[in-house]
Design a protein. Structure first.
Length: 208
């Protein structure tokens, strides 16, 4: 299945063509932080980041370099190329150890780690995880059906289904889920392997 993404460029293209930080690119494209245009784009960025962060965590989406993440004209983040999910990773190295990609530049666009929009991002993550848990059985059934007889590397290993189920954290209360989300966000924001993987992609493929 192929779906074109219109009015969007990769973060690599943004950085290469503009030579700006992501926040400065937003300011250039949408205006000052107090304008409605900027606030709307920032809100779109935060909401889409929350959704993709949750999906990347649950399905273990890897190979998240800046050529595989797009930014559209309204500020939405859009992930593409889902060739590595669940139990597969580039070269099967499992190098990207963070729950999802959340760089300092992403957080800057959200207004910083102490800002209201960053708290909004974490709130959306929590609400999304609570909602996703209601559909865990259906998700597991779909993956189990696809796993039968499949030669795809993402379905290899007995731990694939177990790991997926564990990431829904069905035994946790909502208060405990909030602590979990805080830990996932903090760990992803500080992840050394995310920085190293981006550096590797720049050195080997020129992806900024």
């Amino acid at each position: 299945m192929i779906e074109p993404v219109v009015n969007a460029v990769s973060l690599h293209q943004v950085k290469k063509q503009s030579q700006l930080s992501l926040l400065d690119y937003f300011l250039q494209d949408h205006g000052a932080p107090t304008t409605e245009a900027f606030l709307s784009a920032q809100r779109n960025f935060v909401q889409s980041c929350a959704g993709y962060s949750l999906i990347c965590y649950l399905l273990q989406v890897k190979d998240r370099h800046n050529g595989n993440i797009l930014l559209d004209s309204e500020g939405h983040i859009i992930h593409i190329d889902f060739g590595f999910i669940l139990s597969s990773s580039p070269k099967n190295l499992g190098f990207e150890t963070s729950a999802f990609k959340l760089t300092a530049e992403f957080v800057d666009v959200m207004g910083g780690p102490d800002g209201d929009m960053f708290n909004y991002y974490k709130m959306l993550m929590l609400q999304g995880l609570i909602a996703a848990r209601k559909h865990m059985d259906r998700v597991l059934q779909i993956v189990e059906i696809m796993q039968q007889g499949s030669q795809l590397p993402c379905f290899h290993g007995s731990s694939t289904m177990r790991g997926l189920k564990e990431r829904f954290h069905m035994s946790l209360t909502e208060e405990q889920l909030q602590l979990l989300v805080d830990q996932l966000v903090d760990g992803s924001m500080r992840s050394l392997t995310t920085k190293l993987y981006d550096g590797f992609q720049y050195l080997t493929n020129g992806i900024m």
